[in-house]
Unconditional design. Structure first.
Length: 307
């Protein structure tokens, strides 16, 4: 383990545990208090640390808190996946400066991983329904000194956010409870409840500039559900599918929650679809040789189709 990161984690953890005992709060609530006191300068770690050390230490503390307070729909995006998303954003996005939206920002870990990866190039925006998570995201954003604007609201309601260059998001999966609002979407279900993840894709495309890219973590079965034909038709009309990647099951505790990555480009006059869609299987990320092969497959595809 990186020692600066470990020291920052120990600093956070010791303070959070003390507050938790003292004030009878959950670990995540205590973590929020710790990050607030740290930002206010009431407490300070003795160790100098990089933005990544700070992000990772906060992430470890969030993971500890989430174990205590299991919220299956609020799972933080695993670190290895965040780094892979960072690599993909860097590959596709040629802008020196860009805006990125995560409409399901959660603790901010995915967005901040990508922002740290492309440090200095991204202005971020995030939307989240959960008050505690978005406050943690806000404090984490300030502590790692990344420019992020956060909105506490249902991301499927109208957003007051200018169209962004790219969307990066680990989509919430399941049914969207607000049928009335769902009915305003092309991707509403013909019958019964609509899939939140489909509506998120539509909302994200709406908030992306023409020609912009969208990088989604999706449920593995996205294109196999009964509502998939409708999604296909919608995507064909509004976007060019760039890539569909299968993620290794080792990343997810429960294989029923297995996920993949979907990369889209919003249509724009003069922008063509890639000659072929990159269909790839991400190998076990702890195996450097397999990962090297995977990266060479992706960059080979990029040269053939995008340059
Ligand atoms: N990438 C995030 C991270 O690193 O912490 C985790 C994203 S998690 C898979 C999905 C998030 O979407 C959850 O935090 C959940 O509260 C949020 N969410 C679900 N429905 C939402 C909605 N309608 N509007 C905004 N956020 C929503």
């Amino acid at each position: 383990m990186n020692s600066a990161m470990e020291k920052i984690f120990n600093f956070i953890d010791a303070n959070a545990t003390a507050i938790q005992k003292d004030q009878d709060l959950s670990y995540l609530e205590s973590l929020l208090t710790v990050t607030e006191s740290w930002l206010d300068g009431h407490i300070q770690p003795t160790e100098q640390a990089s933005k990544e050390d700070i992000r990772k230490a906060i992430q470890l503390a969030v993971l500890k808190g989430m174990k205590e307070h299991v919220q299956p729909h609020h799972q933080m995006t695993p670190d290895a996946l965040g780094l892979l998303m960072g690599y993909l954003v860097e590959l596709f996005m040629k802008e020196k400066q860009m805006t990125i939206l995560d409409p399901a920002v959660g603790t901010g870990n995915l967005l901040l991983t990508v922002m740290n990866y492309l440090d200095g190039r991204i202005t971020g925006a995030g939307v989240e329904l959960d008050d505690l998570l978005i406050r943690l995201a806000s404090n984490a954003g300030n502590l790692v000194e990344q420019p992020v604007t956060l909105y506490l609201q249902d991301a499927l309601q109208p957003l007051l956010i200018d169209p962004v260059d790219a969307v990066v998001s680990d989509l919430p999966v399941g049914y969207y409870p607000d049928d009335e609002n769902a009915s305003t979407y092309d991707l509403k279900a013909d019958e019964g409840m609509s899939y939140a993840h489909h509506l998120f894709i539509e909302q994200s495309l709406k908030h992306t500039v023409d020609g912009g890219y969208l990088f989604f973590v999706i449920p593995k079965a996205l294109f196999e559900s009964p509502q998939a034909p409708q999604l296909h038709k919608f995507l064909k009309k509004h976007a060019h599918i760039q890539s569909v990647m299968e993620l290794p099951n080792t990343l997810f505790k429960n294989s029923a929650h297995a996920k993949g990555i979907l990369i889209l480009q919003k249509k724009k006059d003069g922008v063509k679809a890639p000659k072929e869609v990159l269909l790839a299987r991400v190998p076990n990320m702890s195996k450097p040789e397999s990962m090297a092969k995977f990266f060479s497959q992706v960059s080979g595809w990029f040269k053939e189709n995008k340059e």
